[in-house]
Design a protein around this ligand. Structure first.
Ligand SMILES: [Zn+2]
Length: 111
């Protein structure tokens, strides 16, 4: 069972992480590639590749962001730190590394 202080600590970490992710998402926002459609082909495919990379980065950032949001919601509900699969307390060493973790170490390994 996590103490109030521990939950407060993870909450601060989660809020910091959320701010960091929002900044990263902003940075990874695809730039306007639509400008010069008549540019030569090789250049165009480079741009498409860049955009794919950025979309992939954004997708993973958004995934992490939703996990962080879910963790913050669990703090509100008072269920933070409980494994969503087996209901056991999530090890603090897991939460120290990944505060948005929703699974205990055992359940994580089973995925
Ligand atoms: Zn579990």
């Amino acid at each position: 069972m996590l103490s109030k202080e521990e939950i407060e600590k993870y909450k601060t970490q989660l809020e910091q992480e959320k701010r960091r992710i929002l900044v990263e998402i902003e940075k990874a926002e695809p730039q306007d590639f639509g400008g010069d459609v008549e540019s030569d082909l090789s250049e165009e495919s480079d741009e498409a590749e860049d955009m794919n990379d950025q979309l992939a980065v954004q997708a993973s950032l958004k995934e992490t962001l939703s996990e962080v949001d879910l963790a913050l919601a669990r703090i509100q509900k008072g269920t933070y730190g409980k494994c969503e699969k087996c209901g056991a307390d999530i090890e603090t060493r897991v939460l120290d590394l990944v505060p948005e973790s929703a699974l205990c170490e055992n359940c994580k390994l089973e995925i």
